[in-house]
Design a binder for this molecule. Structure first.
Ligand code: ZN
Length: 99
């Protein structure tokens, strides 16, 4: 999502950060985005204003990537920042969210 947001907003991927937080009370996950620049820059607000367009970009990039759906690559899900999770990042997990 950060990659798609940076593409749609035409900002550096390093300008946004995010964490996934498990909410044990509900068994759900929250995605927490933050501006990753000193003092903030309003990028998270811009994400909220263009969320449908960003989610369309996420869906397109995940569905049209050529890597095996049971894995991921640097075109779809992998980045330097999430390299400790690469073995767990499977493209089909994200595709299932859009069914
Ligand atoms: Zn891929």
């Amino acid at each position: 999502m950060i990659r798609s947001a940076s593409y749609v907003l035409q900002i550096s991927e390093d300008s946004l950060g995010g964490v996934i937080h498990y909410v044990s009370a509900t068994g759900t996950y929250d995605l927490i985005l933050y501006d990753d620049v000193p003092g903030g820059a309003g990028f998270v607000r811009a994400v909220s204003e263009r969320l449908p367009e960003i989610m369309d970009h996420v869906k397109d990039s995940i569905q049209h990537c050529t890597c095996d759906a049971d894995t991921s690559c640097y075109t779809c899900l992998r980045s330097y920042r999430n390299q400790y999770l690469h073995d767990q990042l499977k493209r089909h997990y994200v595709m299932d969210l859009f069914v």
